[in-house]
Design a protein around this ligand. Structure first.
Ligand code: G1P
Length: 289
């Protein structure tokens, strides 16, 4: 079956306060893992998964993000002059990652609200991806592609990406209640946003990757507030369980929480160890620590 997922929403309006002072003038999505901004890894993942349109839901002070994905005539010219053709190729590839749209989220009212802000760019009956760039994933098959495969396998049901987390950490995540376990996915009977440890229905947590039906906008339009007095995407996911169905998959790959300093450094080390140019020297360097 063919993938019908052509659009991805990237909620990136957050202030990045955990990375201050670095994020005073640089959006946190522009901090780099190896040689690419965090956001570019997420866009690459989408692009490699057949997604053509990247929708950034952002706040108005993040111009550098647009510049990064735009053509840079001056830079191209100077690289051409200096005969740095490999770098020129690298820069040109940037504009070929997809079509970019911007939607402004004027107030931080929660993840559900951010996704709702992009509703006008999604057609009736269209299914689409949501990618949270803070969750950086190093995998053989792009994580969102793995979700799209389950979406196809389950006859176009909605799908969330899952990872098992230690019980003590469940309160940081959306957590699923398992209805039934299949070989490579679960059907879901219920989801809870940031449950108390002793109330969590499982330790299978949603980690920043979703394939959703546009039906979710109907629920999000109700603007019902949930955990933290915010409009939660997790709460609205519950409305997809009956129709078109909701599944979760523990995708292959390592996930790094780049919303935290430790996760960000861990991601940099792992992406470094995966990079043919620096991996041996990095390994040596790490042994010396
Ligand atoms: C968001 C979602 C949560 C999910 C998490 C994944 O929470 O609301 O359901 O488990 O991302 O990283 P946040 O980390 O923005 O508080």
């Amino acid at each position: 079956m063919k993938s019908l997922i052509k659009k991805a929403i990237f909620p990136i309006a957050g202030l990045g306060t955990r990375f201050l002072p670095a994020t005073k003038s640089i959006p946190k999505e522009m901090l780099t893992i190896l040689d690419r901004p965090v956001l570019e890894w997420a866009v690459l993942e989408a692009s490699k998964s057949g997604i053509e349109e990247m929708i950034f839901v952002t706040s108005s002070n993040k111009n550098t993000i647009l510049e990064h994905f735009d053509k840079s005539e001056l830079l191209e010219l100077s690289l051409k002059k200096k005969k740095k053709l490999d770098k020129l190729k690298l820069i040109k590839e940037q504009n070929k990652l997809g079509y970019f749209s911007i939607v402004i989220q004027d107030e931080p009212k929660g993840l559900g609200h951010a996704v709702w802000c992009a509703r006008k760019l999604i057609k009736k009956h269209e299914n689409f991806a949501v990618i949270l760039p803070d969750d950086v994933i190093l995998s053989k098959t792009p994580a969102i592609k793995q979700l799209i495969n389950v979406f196809n396998e389950t006859n176009y049901s909605s799908v969330v990406g899952l990872k098992k987390v230690p019980k003590k950490d469940v309160s940081k995540y959306g957590v699923i209640n398992i209805k039934k376990k299949y070989p490579n996915f679960y059907s879901i009977s219920d989801l809870v946003e940031k449950p108390k440890i002793d109330e969590a229905p499982s330790n299978l947590s949603v980690v920043g990757r979703y394939v959703l039906s546009e039906k979710i906008f109907k629920t999000l339009s109700l603007k019902k507030k949930g955990f933290g007095n915010e409009i939660q995407l997790t709460d609205a996911l519950n409305s997809l369980i009956e129709q078109p169905g909701l599944f979760g998959t523990e995708f292959e790959g390592r996930r790094f929480d780049c919303g935290s300093k430790l996760g960000f450094i861990e991601a940099n080390l792992n992406f470094g160890l995966n990079d043919p140019e620096i991996k041996s020297n990095l390994r040596l360097l790490m042994k010396k620590l």
